[in-house]
Write a protein that binds this ligand. Structure first.
Ligand SMILES: [Zn+2]
Length: 374
């Protein structure tokens, strides 16, 4: 056979093989026929570890640098955004950080140790650390808020790319009655008074929605002062949980502001066009306990003089359990270290929303009396 004949024979054989031999068989035996594998699409993840048995287990994790801040593992939010495909937005004026990942919506507030997930507060003490345009969040937010396992190594942390940790059970979200007094009374009927024997204040200025010359112009909660609430109230008056729930905030380490400090914060508020930033409003509430209840209801007990020793973040409390004692922390009297102005400020929210916008002052009074004065 001459050289041309040989080439023709090889060509015919190749075509024959191509047409009649199953492709995968060819692939197995004739590696040069394989189509090159597509490179793995890797938008945000670093090179994956070699495919050993051990590494396979870790393949869904990404390396993220961390830094310890006051003994707490923290991550830079921009790193997490890139590697975990989350989104975030920081409102520097309000001090409000929102992190989004699909249907999960986390909110955190500067200098305020609470974490809300879709309007429900988690028993997690964490706040964003804001420094020169860099935002860091503690590891616990990634674990509890975003449901990712975090493994700390010497140089970096390994974080799951997708949520796997079952986060706090989220019962079906209920419809919140808006502008429907009867509906709201029913919705909140499982609540009770925060001070035994006390009644909703006789003064309209102590009710939610009452005008204020500062703090965004509106009083957010309900105040219990001595005698306007029927009974004598002072720093020995116990404050009790309005319903069963889980403690999500307890400021045991609260430090009272000096007058100068407090005025400086109020100054920032007035420079902000009368819109006191949310993180500064939080300072004005003083030593606080927050309890998350069923149906998305949150109760906040503010200006406390003391917090009961058992009340710690994550503790389950029963309705009527003592959470702390009335005080004036966070107020101008508190800053003066005086005993004047002792009162409880009670806030109620449903799924993080203020309840009182759609009601008249008379309706607000009626609703609160129906729920708390039974
Ligand atoms: Zn108040």
């Amino acid at each position: 056979m001459g050289r041309p004949t040989l080439l023709v024979a090889v060509a015919i054989l190749s075509v024959f093989l191509w047409m009649f031999v199953p492709f995968n068989l060819l692939n197995q035996h004739l590696p040069w026929l394989r189509t090159p594998e597509k490179p793995q699409e890797q938008t945000a993840s670093p090179p994956r570890p070699a495919p050993s048995k051990k590494a396979e287990k870790l393949s869904a994790k990404v390396e993220v640098p961390f830094r310890k801040e006051d003994g707490v593992i923290t991550f830079r939010l921009s790193d997490l955004k890139e590697k975990l495909r989350i989104d975030y937005d920081y409102d520097a004026k309000e001090g409000l950080l929102t992190i989004r990942q699909g249907k999960v919506h986390l909110t955190m507030l500067r200098e305020t140790p609470v974490l809300s997930r879709n309007g429900v507060y988690l028993p997690v003490e964490a706040y964003p650390i804001i420094r020169k345009g860099e935002i860091r969040i503690p590891s616990v937010v990634v674990e509890e808020g975003l449901g990712r396992q975090v493994e700390i190594r010497d140089e970096y942390a390994l974080i799951e790319q997708n949520a796997s940790v079952p986060v706090m059970a989220e019962p079906k979200r209920l419809e919140v009655p808006k502008g429907d007094a009867r509906g709201l009374i029913d919705y909140l009927s499982f609540l009770d008074t925060p001070i035994r024997g006390a009644r909703v204040s006789t003064k309209d200025s102590h009710l939610p929605g009452a005008p204020r010359p500062y703090r965004n112009g509106v009083h957010e909660g309900l105040d219990y002062f001595s005698w306007t609430s029927r009974i004598s109230i002072d720093s020995r008056t116990p404050v009790i949980a309005v319903a069963d729930g889980v403690v999500v905030r307890a400021d045991h380490d609260y430090q009272e502001m000096s007058e100068a400090e407090r005025n400086r914060y109020l100054q920032i508020g007035s420079q902000n066009g009368g819109q006191t930033p949310q993180y500064i409003l939080d300072k004005m509430r003083g030593r606080s306990v927050w309890i998350q209840h069923e149906k998305g209801v949150l109760s906040r007990y503010c200006h406390l003089s003391r917090i009961h020793g058992d009340i710690t973040v994550g503790k389950k409390v029963k309705k009527g359990e003592v959470v702390g004692y009335v005080g004036n922390s966070g107020t101008s009297d508190g800053a003066k270290r005086s005993n004047a102005g002792m009162h409880l400020h009670l806030d109620l929210f449903i799924y993080g929303e203020w309840l009182w916008d759609d009601f008249t002052p008379a309706e607000r009074r009626h609703i609160l009396q129906s729920i708390l004065d039974r």
